[in-house]
Design a protein around this ligand. Structure first.
Ligand code: MRU
Length: 353
């Protein structure tokens, strides 16, 4: 059973501190929105769908102690909390998607009293969590049909249970194939600078007894050249309306290599990761990370003091390098512009904006 990454317990969030993996499995109890904001920024919770769920629960933390008689103040606090949480990480659209959903529930019930509004928000946050669990399993089923017994899959960054509520997207596809009795083999890019592939993907896959080989990011070309990869499956942090996809830095490298070697390149993501408000990948905000994550990763200096560093957390893979996008509504092939929109009305978890 994949781990439960994040959940709501009575009046607080219980979640895994992903910065401690793979050495220690430590759960955090978070009951303050400021502590959650720090946890998102420092990647204690990370991965686009998991950040979305964290944002929804963060709203509950923000409003739960507000005085029941002050309705005006309640709406002000709700908005301030959403703005505050939305500023933690800019690229994964799942965060603003979940925050907007929470605000929409309150705004469309503006005549209700504060205790009722609190209850409605709690129900909505729990529904976002449940929906993520259902969505990932549906997506996994659609994706696993693309795999055969013996398929060899290359992946980048962590996209398993740890990146969602409890199942995963790209690695969810692998879990679903495994559950269907297919013996697949995963090549996991280590994913510099923060090693989500090495620390998190390998840990999750080994826990499930799935055959996994860790490779340095710069080994991907060599394994493709040797004919050892049947397909690439990665996740997404934001997909533009035309299918251009932002994902962990280095994903674009993998897509270029896959095209060169004629290997199918799949994105696995829920509809909540699609941003229909932007037409192309050039409009996706890309988070820049601190230089120390590159020069002193995990506490050890690996470059001279004062080294100039460029460290975007994500890159954008153009849609023409993407074979298909695996979603909870099915596997979507180009032209993405038309085909992504055509399916939105058929899925419950569509981006409401
Ligand atoms: O910086 P991170 O670790 O939050 O980046 C995560 C990724 O890039 C994942 O591939 C993406 O969020 C998809 S997770 C299902």
């Amino acid at each position: 059973m994949p781990v439960t990454t994040i959940e709501w317990e009575n009046d607080h969030i219980r979640m895994i501190d992903q910065t401690r993996l793979p050495l220690e499995l430590v759960h955090l109890k978070i009951d303050k929105v400021e502590v959650l904001a720090e946890a998102i920024k420092s990647l204690r919770v990370r991965g686009a769908p998991a950040i979305g769920v964290a944002g929804a629960f963060g709203i509950l933390l923000g409003i739960q102690n507000h005085a029941d008689e002050d309705r005006e103040g309640f709406f002000k606090l709700l908005e301030e909390t959403a703005i505050y949480l939305n500023a933690t990480r800019p690229t994964a659209v799942n965060l603003s998607w979940a925050l907007n959903r929470m605000q929409a529930v309150a705004n469309s019930n503006a005549g209700q009293d504060v205790p009722s509004l609190k209850q409605m928000l709690r129900n909505e946050a729990l529904e976002i969590w449940e929906e993520d669990r259902r969505t990932c399993r549906a997506l996994g089923q659609h994706g696993q049909a693309l795999l055969e017994d013996g398929s060899r899959i290359l992946t980048h960054c962590n996209t398993g249970a740890l990146a969602t509520a409890d199942y995963g997207t790209a690695i969810g596809v692998v879990f679903a194939a495994n559950e269907a009795g297919k013996k697949v083999h995963v090549y996991a890019d280590e994913t510099r600078p923060l090693l989500q592939g090495a620390r998190l993907n390998v840990w999750e896959l080994m826990n499930e007894g799935i055959d996994v080989t860790l490779i340095c990011d710069n080994t991907a070309a060599a394994v493709m050249q040797k004919g050892e990869i049947d397909c690439c499956i990665v996740g997404a942090d934001r997909i533009a309306a035309n299918g251009d996809t932002a994902n962990k830095i280095g994903t674009y490298n993998v897509a270029v290599l896959a095209e060169k070697h004629n290997i199918p390149f799949y994105i696995a993501a829920p509809y909540s990761t699609i941003d229909f408000n932007i037409t192309g990948g050039d409009q996706i905000p890309i988070e820049q990370r601190a230089p120390e994550e590159v020069t002193e990763g995990f506490g050890r200096r690996t470059a001279p003091p004062n080294t100039k560093v460029y460290s975007p957390a994500f890159d954008v893979t153009p849609n023409d390098l993407i074979t298909a996008i695996i979603t909870e509504a099915g596997v979507i092939y180009p032209p993405f512009e038309a085909n992504l929109r055509a399916r939105t009305s058929q899925t419950k978890s569509q981006n409401p904006r």
